[in-house]
Every structure is written in C-alpha cells, then in structure tokens.
Design a protein around this ligand. Structure first.
Ligand SMILES: [Zn+2]
Length: 426
C-alpha cells in the first residue's frame, strides 16, 4: 500500500488522496488536539491556547511554541491522560541548560500508531516472507527495535533483532548468513558492518537508515557494497519515533501526515518560512493522547516541499539538514559534523570517527578515525589528512595556520560517542 493510500485509509479519506482533503483532515485533527490539550493537560491549560477552532491551518502560527525544556518539567505536567493510561514512558537526556531529562509519555493507542506507521513505511520495500535484520536498540519495550519487530509481524516478515553490542563485523556476517532482504539501522553502524564484512554471495534489497544524518558517501557505500536501495528516515522520540520517510524517488522524505503537522519557522523571529525555505522544524502531533505536542521546536534545520512528488504522492516532503545549533564558525565558513562526514566517509577505509574541537591559538581539531582492520590501516591517517587539506572550507584554515588538525586511530571499528554523534567543543 502506498503511503498516500495508507494515509487516506488511516484518516478515513477517499483514495486517491488529494492535498485539499489532507489539509482539511489535518485542520480538523489540529483543532481536536488543541481542544483536547486545553481540557486534559495542566500544562496546556496554563498556556493561552485559543478556545475557538482555527479557521485555517495557517492560524496555527498565532499559538505559542513549546520547547524541549517543557518536556523536562513535572509541574505542571504536559501529560493529558492519567498515569494508568500511559503505556510507555521514554526518558531522554537533554542538552538544555537545566540538564534535566526529557520525558515522553505514550498511551496504548499512541504506541499502536507508531507500529502502524513503521509497518506502512517499511512496507514500501518489505514484503511478506522477507527477512529483515534490525540493528536499532531493541531491548527495552517501546524502543525503535522493539516497535520495528512488532511492525514486521504485521507485514508477515521475519524480524531478526540483533543485540546492540554485536560487533560490526559480526553484524555484516549475520546479514549475509541470514540472507537479509531488508536491513534497518543507524547509518554509521550499517556502514561499519558493510565495510568490516563485504558479502560475496548475497545482495540486500533495501536498507532503512535513521537516527542520524545520512551522508551521501555513506549512502553510496551501502549501495555499492550491499547492492541495496537506501531509504532515509527522519524521526525523533517526540514525533513518536517515526516522522518522515523517503520514497523510491529519493527527493525528500514524505511526512507521516496522520500523526504529524510540520511547520518551518525562522529560528530567530519564529515567523513562518515560505515553502522550500530552510528554517527550524516545528511539529504538532495529531491524534497523540498521552502527551500531545503543540508547535514543538525540534531544533532541527529543515525545509518542507509541498509540490507533488515524481512518485505520485501529494504528501509534503521534508529535507532535514542537521541541528540548528551545531557547528563552529571559522573565517572560511561554518564547520559542522556534516562537513566532516562528507569528507571522511568518502574514504573507503573509514567506518566511524569522532571530532573534538578545542579553542586555542590556533584552535585544534582532533579527529579519531575508526577503520575495519588496523592491520591494513597504515596509510589511512595521511590519506584522510590530505582529504581534509583538499576541502575548500578546511584547507585555507590549515594553509594560514588558523587551525591545526591532529588525526589518530581508534582501536575498534566503531567509536564511543556518548549519545548522539556530534562535533564536540572544549
Ligand atoms: Zn515521493
């Protein structure tokens, strides 16, 4: 079933889905969400939410934003149902000033909506009888891996959930030994698996990557090594794990329209951005009961394309560019982890890396490279140093001694990241 057909069926709309019908349904769900939040959530009762329905979706821009900090507070709670109706609580560290963790609450129906979306998204390239290797964390109930296993059961596919601690070489071998039709996991973990063990007798049909940005050279490597069609997915715990997924055209990720309304706003002024203009991604959950989020600032930089897709879908397409606050301003431009990803993963021996920036005169960028086998790693350090020197952003900094780079090797094919991969600063 196409994502449009699934969206129409989920929202009881007629197929083929039209943009007008979807907008009308989203306006209805937005008004329902606002009315429910005002009535059921102590947090939203205190916010000045309008007590008359929005006439147009664009009227949503009059409402106040919510932020990650709002999810760290217990008083007043953001939850909108009693504790007995909460099926899952997910606790996440925050990078905010309070240091308090974010807490996300999901009702049984919210969890079912997550699994239904995972089945619909994975169903774009997964068939009954397929073997699907899942390399996301899955030990805890409600984790991505756990929900994917449930979704694969709905599709009639065989799920193989691998332990999070499985070394990448073993993961690569398992994908070949299990004759996996589809694999799903975080980009760098999948790259390390593919580069540590190149299958000789098997091709993977499709790979679903999520939880981190998908660098183009990483995508290319998985296409070359596995022969797989690579599908990018964006989501966060706040969106109910799933958020948007690529179609076979691979030109943006189609939004999970029954559950999420997306806006792009100017990060400074909060004013709405025109179509296709990058800004901060702001989401409002639809149909969420445990803890609805209204105009939640994700901190992600993205743009939204509402033009129909070449695949035939009318679902808006999201292009996520990275975190808003990430990066270091240098005289020749802004250095981000994405810059380094695109340079370093283009080297066929690199499986992972960490990057630490320390201030000084000059500042030092310390790169720790990971590779499949240290025995064959003699030239990887000078080669990657050359790649960095050749970069139009980094090269001029090095040439004028405004930056120093140290490059060393990690003992394992995957690095310790302490949570999300990022360009750390000291
Ligand atoms: Zn499409």
């Amino acid at each position: 079933m196409s994502l449009d057909a699934w969206t129409a069926a989920t929202l009881s709309l007629s197929s083929p889905l039209s943009a007008e019908a979807l907008q009308a349904a989203q306006l209805h769900l937005l008004n329902d969400t606002i009315a429910f939040a005002r009535q059921a959530s102590p947090f939203y009762r205190r916010l000045a939410l309008p007590d008359v329905p929005l006439a147009r979706i664009s009227d949503l821009a009059q409402l106040p934003f919510t932020t990650p900090e709002d999810l760290t507070r217990a008083d007043p709670p953001l939850t909108a149902v009693s504790q007995s109706q909460i099926a899952r609580i997910v606790t996440l560290p925050t990078s905010g000033t309070t240091g308090a963790p974010k807490r996300l609450h999901f009702s049984e129906a919210d969890v079912d909506a997550i699994i239904a979306y995972f089945a619909a998204g994975m169903g774009q390239f997964t068939r009954a009888g397929d073997t699907v290797v899942i390399a996301f964390p899955g030990e805890r109930p409600g984790s991505i891996g756990d929900n994917l296993v449930a979704a694969m059961a709905r599709l009639g596919a065989r799920a193989v959930l691998v332990p999070w601690t499985l070394p990448p070489e073993d993961l690569g071998r398992l994908i070949e030994a299990e004759r996996a039709d589809v694999v799903a996991g975080p980009p760098v973990r999948m790259l390390a698996a593919a580069r540590c063990h190149r299958p000789t007798t098997h091709r993977v049909r499709a790979a679903l990557l999520s939880s981190d940005r998908l660098p183009p050279p990483l995508k290319q490597a998985l296409e070359d090594i596995w022969g797989a069609e690579v599908f990018d997915h964006w989501g966060m715990t706040e969106t109910g794990l799933g958020g948007a997924v690529e179609c076979s055209v691979h030109d943006g990720m189609h939004l999970r329209a029954p559950d999420i309304h997306a806006e792009i706003v100017d990060p400074q002024t909060g004013a709405p951005c025109p179509d296709n203009t990058p800004g901060e991604l702001v989401i409002t959950t639809l149909r969420r009961r445990g803890q609805p989020l209204i105009r939640y600032r994700t901190g992600d930089r993205a743009r939204l394309d509402t033009a129909p897709c070449a695949c035939g879908s009318i679902l808006p397409r999201l292009v996520v560019e990275g975190r808003l606050d990430a990066g270091i301003d240098m005289p020749s431009g802004r250095l981000t982890l994405a810059t380094l990803d695109d340079i370093l993963f283009a080297d066929a021996a690199v499986t992972d890396f960490t990057a630490d920036w320390s201030k000084g005169a000059p500042p030092v960028l310390d790169i720790c490279l990971a590779t499949a086998s240290l025995h064959h790693a003699t030239d990887i350090v000078p080669r990657c140093r050359q790649r960095l020197q050749a970069s139009p952003l980094i090269g001029p900094e090095l040439a004028t001694d405004r930056l120093r780079i140290t490059v060393r090797l990690n003992a394992e094919p995957l690095c310790q990241h302490n949570g999300k991969r990022r360009l750390t600063q000291a």
